[in-house]
Design a protein around this ligand. Sequence first.
Ligand code: WQD
Length: 342
Amino acid sequence: MEKILVTGGAGFIGSHTVVALQESGYEVVIADNLSNSDEMVVSQIKKITKIDPVFEKIDLTCTKDTVRLFEVHKPDAVIHFASYKAVGESVQKPLSYYFNNITSLLNVLDGMRHVGCERIIFSSSCTVYGIPDELPVTEKFPRKKACSPYGNTKKISEDILADAVYAAFHNDRELPLKAVSLRYFNPTGAHPSALIGELPLGVPNNLMPYITQTAAGIRPVLNVFGNDYNTPDGTCIRDYIHVCDLAEAHVLALKYNKVSSFVEMFNIGTGRGYSVLEVIKSFEKMSGVHLNYEFAPRRRGDVEKIWSSPAKAEELLNWKAYRSLDDMTETAWKWQLAVLSA
Ligand code: WQD
């Protein structure tokens, strides 16, 4: 049984990936500092899979603790989610974002080398593409200047991985580094059991938690940012992807075991864009709740429309998203109701 270290495994995407890994027969070690998650998530995972993941509360910016983590657990591969992820906050606290997201990656790579661990799956983002020149976005598109320090940490991390993989391939063939970078589009939804889901701290920035919190009466109204875009209904278009589909992409990426001199990048999206109004309509249909929303000015920094071409992941990872927008809104609402009644 292969042992996978999942950093940030108590977080939103991390926890769903731990479930998918356990269900696929992997042994999982979660490393999380609980800075944006709750240890209760670990017991919720066990309720779904009936398997206890090993949990280590650890700050990966501490080199000594990270090396010890690797020495104790000697994982066969790493899935590295742990990072700060709030775009707006990163503009306020850039140094903290650079320190946390870059130091933890460097420490993880150091720990891997220490114990001869060769495989890493990195959690990247469609934000590296900036405003795309054409659609759909493929992995061949150039990366643009990042719109936020958060986005820049993802770009820099991809560059660090690229240099490390190149060096390992050319100088250190007995310990090659195999790195896959998954560029997520807009992850949303929750596990159908409603035992795990997204737990945003404070006022949510993202659309789906804002919708469910408004429907639940926690927020008075959803502001739809802009209805004068050059799209069929005037609202922005995104490639929303169900978090369980996203989780399965990580399991398949682990099996992609090619030794090469570069990092393999994959778009992880559905290949289909939906507007904000289409998301609202799906939510109202699946929840039976009328949503209080109003049009508001455009949000600074928003891209008008973006969606992926997931063709490369389909071809090389044998992965495909098969859950619908209705599945996303339905499970997100079920999760919100579970949080309310907890
Ligand atoms: C989606 C749409 C908003 C809130 C973020 C990150 C990005 C990447 C994906 C990880 C937009 C509209 C939102 C609201 C609204 N993640 N909206 N009212 O901005 O596409 O991307 O997730 O790396 O880096 O920035 O996601 O969910 O914030 O917005 O109208 O209250 O919903 O304008 O069109 P975004 P989002």
